[in-house]
Design a protein around this ligand. Structure first.
Ligand SMILES: Cc1ncc(COP(=O)(O)O)c(C=O)c1O
Length: 402
């Protein structure tokens, strides 16, 4: 079994041919859902001296490596401030704590996202109010969002899902008019930006932006790590205090915070990897273009395979997600041919067991529910070869011609 992104064990299957029996004559290499050891191999010479240096100094938590990473990240993202933290989930939690969200408050979140987007709302005692998605981008439906605003709405959390910006201009206009703070969940979207030279980047629109450096992300650590981007200086100062139990000076506590610290090893690894991020993003975009060409040339798109749309600026393709019919059978077919896949996400959050008490029923969020039944993420990482892309498309062709 190979572990793809979050909790998705996927069997990589065996190397095989597209037609299952070798009739097409072509040799098709297997396509694992991820190839993290290849990333390590390519960067080992750069990373090892840095890792060794940190291990030898004994400065393992926070310190100058974290400060250097925060500087580099702030410059890269264009956000006002960047705080290294323990995970993307903790970045969201920290933002909500800094806004002092709590019981009686409502926070609007898309229902089609990773659990942490809403789980953090619940953890501070506020109520997640779920919103449907735009079926083209899979991101928050801004019109639906506006209809959900009440006097109790104390934050909005758009998610830049799969690496594409949500529809941020109209969203921010609505939020600003009503004085509602915005926490961008940019955990999947580092580097995604609007078109044009002065286009804003993910994390620059709202009061906050969260980033995840989970190892499978476009910028992945070698463990858990995240960052909170903050575009308001007083909120940044509060967030910084909350990151270490509201402590300042040492052992004197101004606020009740938590342990959201980043460790030096992850920060140093991320500082080095950040230098490669633009080249990796470019390669992801080339792979996305190659998938499009191949699916269209094979006559599979749009008939059987709905390709992702690039609607709001530059998509960074954290995931290349298609829509398909007969997904379960297709997944079995892909697994048998050594092609990895993932489903992000199979059940929208308003229908999760832990949110039964909120009273949502099936059918309440039709676009998200349909997406949950149809989406399929294909292998997407910079190390993919043309032969592997051929394997993926050949496996689809074998399925839909059968
Ligand atoms: C949209 C989204 N939000 C939040 C998170 C949480 O990030 P982490 O896993 O670093 O806690 C993730 C990561 O999977 C994510 O994809």
């Amino acid at each position: 079994m190979i572990q793809t992104a979050k909790n998705q064990p996927v069997s990589a299957g065996n190397a095989s041919s597209c037609c299952g029996g070798g009739q097409c004559g072509a040799a098709h290499p297997p396509v694992p859902p991820l190839n993290l050891p290849a990333v390590w191999k390519a960067l080992a010479d750069e990373l090892m001296p840095e890792i060794r240096g940190i291990l030898e100094t004994g400065g393992y938590i926070m310190g100058p490596k974290v400060a250097a990473f925060e500087d580099a990240l702030q410059r890269y993202t264009g956000a006002k401030h960047a705080l290294g933290v323990s995970s993307g989930t903790d970045a969201l939690l920290l933002a909500m704590m800094a806004l002092r969200l709590g019981p009686g408050d409502e926070v609007i979140v898309p229902t089609f996202t990773f659990f942490g987007t809403a789980g953090t709302v619940s953890r501070v005692g506020a109520k997640p109010v779920f919103c449907d998605i735009d079926p083209v981008t899979y991101n928050i439906d801004v019109r639906h969002m506006e209809s959900l605003i009440t006097p109790r709405t104390k934050a909005i959390v758009p998610v830049h899902l799969y690496g594409q910006l949500a529809d941020m201009r109209p969203l921010m206009e609505i939020a600003r008019k009503r004085g509602i703070p915005v926490i961008e969940d940019a955990c999947q979207a580092i580097g995604a930006r609007e078109a044009g030279t002065d286009g804003k980047m993910a994390g620059q629109f709202g009061e906050f932006g969260s980033l995840s450096f989970y190892p499978t992300k476009n910028l992945g650590a070698m463990g858990d790590a995240g960052a909170l981007l903050v575009n308001d200086t007083p909120l940044f100062e509060t967030s910084k205090l909350l990151r270490t139990h509201g402590e300042n000076p040492r052992y004197y506590h101004r606020l009740i915070g938590g342990n959201f610290r980043l460790d030096a090893l992850q920060a140093a690894i991320l500082t080095i990897k950040l230098r490669h991020l633009d080249a990796w993003t470019q390669r992801r975009r080339e792979i996305a273009a190659s998938y499009r060409i191949r699916f269209e040339a094979a006559g599979l798109a749009p008939k059987h395979v709905g390709l992702p749309a690039e609607k709001h600026g530059m998509h960074t393709y954290h995931q290349f997600v298609v829509r398909v019919a007969r997904r379960d059978d297709l997944c079995k077919h892909l697994t048998a041919r050594g092609v990895g896949w993932g489903i992000y996400y199979p059940l929208p959050l308003h229908l999760q067991d832990c949110y039964t008490e909120l009273g949502y029923k099936a059918g309440a969020m039709p676009h998200a529910e349909r997406a949950a039944d149809e989406v399929l993420a294909l292998p997407m990482y910079p190390e993919l070869t043309d032969a592997q892309l051929d394997s993926v498309v050949a496996a689809f062709a074998g399925f839909y011609s059968g």
